[in-house]
Design a protein around this ligand. Structure first.
Ligand SMILES: [Zn+2]
Length: 89
């Protein structure tokens, strides 16, 4: 039996070539945290099937940086009392 595809299949038009679509993939994400190199395997990302453009999942990035933030820098800035919850930069 074939494994059914993921129930939620998202596709985004590619912002670079406008011909392909971005499809969910799991990549290894590299980032620098101070002097440390942080490697996150299986990181959710979007990859264009035409030009190979890669965009990492924004929600996952937010989650990652929340995890990586040292407590000293983890103080939240005062967020505006608007209803733009979850959209802070
Ligand atoms: Zn593309």
């Amino acid at each position: 039996m074939d494994t059914p595809p993921l129930p939620e299949t998202f596709e985004y038009p590619c912002p670079r070539c406008h011909a392909g679509v971005l499809k969910p993939r799991e990549l290894t994400y590299f980032t620098a945290l101070g002097d440390e190199l942080v490697v996150v395997p299986g990181f959710p990302a979007w990859v264009c099937d035409i030009c190979g453009y890669v965009e990492y999942d924004q929600r996952a990035l937010g989650w990652l940086y929340t995890l990586l933030s040292p407590p000293m820098q983890h103080r939240r800035r005062q967020s505006p009392p608007s209803s733009a919850a979850g959209l802070e930069k």
